[in-house]
Ligand binder design. Structure first.
Ligand SMILES: [Fe+2]
Length: 278
């Protein structure tokens, strides 16, 4: 890995950006608002550019074809789906290493392989970085990397069509361990700053954001909060890529005073049920 362009140097305590405290490129930002922006490796940049082209290709398919791959929960949710209600993207497509046939067009197998390469490479590069970071909160070496390799991580392609409504995805935190916000074709993603203001992310294929999720917050006992973010309306069509990093379903997120373990899977199911009921 080319460490000069990875997140490593941002997370080192002697990182000059940290010392200067000059905004988003700092370790302290993760501890205060749960996200940090950084330049990704050249390998990831190329993969992200390719996947952005694939997103344009698949969302342009006829709706009847997309509907044939309507999102279904085989083990986890994969496939295409649209949203008719406000406060959501117009359509999304989720791709995981399993469940291909029912969830993705067979004639676009090489495109699917390109998306999965982005996922695989992201885990290879960020797993060790997250290990480094979490060791400050009691993590064992390789603990997270190994768990991420087994977990149900997913690439989500998003399409926001132009125009109304003004707020396209209301403020929220992500349920998973961490989210890589990879690229967007026009600005729209906003994150909360240390001052409590909204900041436009302005992602590029080489300018990514690592946003911690609810599981990260639990695992670090609240030392790293989950990142509050939202998507505002854009005057033009907007495509975006997000990678949701999930731990192995048996991963112990926390232990209560009686020694009962909260696993990643138990937390996810509880949170999904709670969201559905509210
Ligand atoms: Fe999100």
């Amino acid at each position: 890995m080319d460490t000069s362009k990875s997140i490593s140097h941002l997370l080192q305590p002697d990182n000059p950006a940290h010392k200067r405290g000059d905004g988003s490129l700092s370790f302290s930002n993760l501890e205060t608002v749960g996200w940090t922006q950084f330049r990704c490796s050249d390998v990831l940049e190329k993969l992200a550019s390719k996947v952005l082209e694939i997103a344009a290709l698949v969302f342009a398919l006829p709706e009847s074809e997309k509907r044939a791959y309507y999102m279904q929960k085989i083990k986890y949710q994969s496939g295409w789906r649209d949203y008719k209600q406000e406060g959501r993207p117009s359509e999304i497509w989720q791709i995981r290493p399993v469940e291909a046939k029912e969830c993705w067009p067979a004639h676009l197998a090489s495109e699917r392989a390109g998306i999965l390469e982005l996922l695989d490479q992201s885990i290879k590069e960020f797993g060790p970085e997250l290990d480094f970071l979490l060791q400050a909160y009691g993590g064992a070496p390789n603990e997270f990397y190994e768990s991420l390799r087994r977990g149900p991580s997913v690439v989500r392609l998003l399409h926001y069509s132009a125009g109304n409504p003004t707020m396209r995805f209301a403020e929220h935190t992500d349920l998973g361990f961490a989210t890589l916000l990879v690229a967007e074709t026009s600005p729209g993603l906003e994150l909360i700053t240390q001052e409590g203001m909204w900041k436009l992310a302005e992602l590029g294929t080489n300018n990514w954001i690592l946003a911690s999720g609810d599981m990260f917050a639990i695992r670090s006992s609240g030392s790293i909060p989950s990142a509050l973010h939202r998507v505002v309306s854009a005057p033009m069509d907007r495509l975006a890529i997000a990678i949701f990093l999930h731990l192995d379903e048996d991963y112990p997120l926390s232990r209560d005073v009686e020694g009962n373990v909260l696993t990643a899977d138990a937390f996810l199911n509880r949170a999904i049920q709670w969201n559905a009921a509210t």
